[in-house]
Design a protein around this ligand. Structure first.
Ligand code: AMP
Length: 314
């Protein structure tokens, strides 16, 4: 197995301007693992409750995702209720029920403890620490995500976690919340100054940007004409990003830039339907075509036949 993820497997109830769904399969680990599964083998460490439906197990397994450490505990699966109003980039949390996550103690099998790529998806930072501490070998890459709830309630744990990771993937609002800065670029520079090695800021419909000590790379988002449900876009981005890096086993600048585009491609599919309805049902051609669209959309400059900037001498 190439990628190990710890995160939430959830039943989400969601309202967007395009409709609503009750108790659909979601959670950070679900979106991440489905998106990453198109690139590399993924194994999930998480917990669900007695109410977890066999249909949802089948859906994840149909993508080849290893669920041998998806624990089934007494009680209900984690529940999240959210709403998007006019700003589809901002999820409003209406209710969070940790349920089986309250007593969860992640435990890894020996193969998982040697996974070369580790993603600490959005979940209580205590669980992120527990999985990181349980790794037998130091992974080739550790990346993590978080959300406003944990920044509000568990900031010291997050601040201890970040220096132990190679990359932090967060959204623009979270970067601003973490640093107190009011532009995403200022927030990014402050986070790099605080010791974070690589940072990807997800900006919803405005795209994504990668900052590290050597370079900056930014891409727009696919300009979609019908966004149905933005839930899981960030986790799907992370799945495409880590999936690409794990599949190529390359972390040089060109690979990191392409991974940001692979993440943007997977996020663009996630938002085109509710839950995992579209993301879990893609063909290789779907993914390749959209990747090519990104290349066409962002290509410019002298190699395209355009001249250098024709500035007047003054
Ligand atoms: P995203 O839209 O990519 O930021 O992530 C959405 C997913 O995060 C939803 O499927 C939720 O189930 C999950 N989620 C929401 N709140 C939490 C939380 N406090 N801990 C872990 N996962 C959460």
């Amino acid at each position: 197995m190439k990628i190990l993820v710890v995160g939430s497997v959830a039943y989400d109830s969601i309202r967007t301007p395009k409709g609503r769904r009750d108790r659909q399969l979601g959670g950070s680990a679900s979106y991440f693992s489905v998106a990453a599964s198109y690139f590399a083998e993924v194994s999930v460490v998480a917990v669900v409750g007695q109410d977890f439906h066999p249909r949802d197990t089948r859906l994840l397994e149909s993508r080849g995702i290893d669920l041998s450490t998806l624990e089934r505990a007494q009680g209900n699966t984690f529940r999240w209720t959210g709403q998007y109003k006019d700003d589809l980039n901002a999820a409003i949390t209406l209710d969070t029920q940790l349920n089986v996550f309250e007593d969860f103690r992640p435990s890894l099998n020996p193969a998982q403890a040697r996974a070369p790529y580790l993603f600490l998806a959005n979940i209580d930072p205590a669980h992120q620490h527990a999985v990181l501490d349980a790794m037998a070998d130091s992974p080739r890459m550790v990346a993590c995500d978080t959300m406003n709830l944990w920044i509000d309630t568990a900031r010291p744990e997050l601040e201890r976690l970040f220096p132990k990771t190679d990359a932090l993937l967060i959204n623009e609002a979270e970067a601003k919340q973490l640093t107190g800065n009011s532009t995403f670029a200022e927030a990014a520079h402050k986070l790099l100054d605080s010791g974070i090695h690589s940072l990807v800021i997800k900006r919803g419909e405005h795209g994504a940007a990668l900052f590290n000590r050597d370079f900056i790379f930014a891409t727009p988002a696919m300009p979609l004409s019908n966004v149905i449900d933005p839930t899981g876009a960030g986790d799907s981005f992370a799945g495409g990003f880590m999936g690409y890096l794990a599949a190529t086993n390359d972390q040089r600048p060109a690979a990191l830039r392409t991974a940001v585009v692979a993440g943007s491609v997977m996020a663009s599919f996630a938002v085109e339907a509710f839950g995992l309805e579209r993301l879990a049902d893609l063909s290789q051609d779907d993914i390749r075509e959209r990747f090519d669209e990104f290349i066409r959309m962002t290509r410019f400059g002298p190699e395209e036949g355009a001249s250098q900037l024709p500035l007047l001498n003054f």
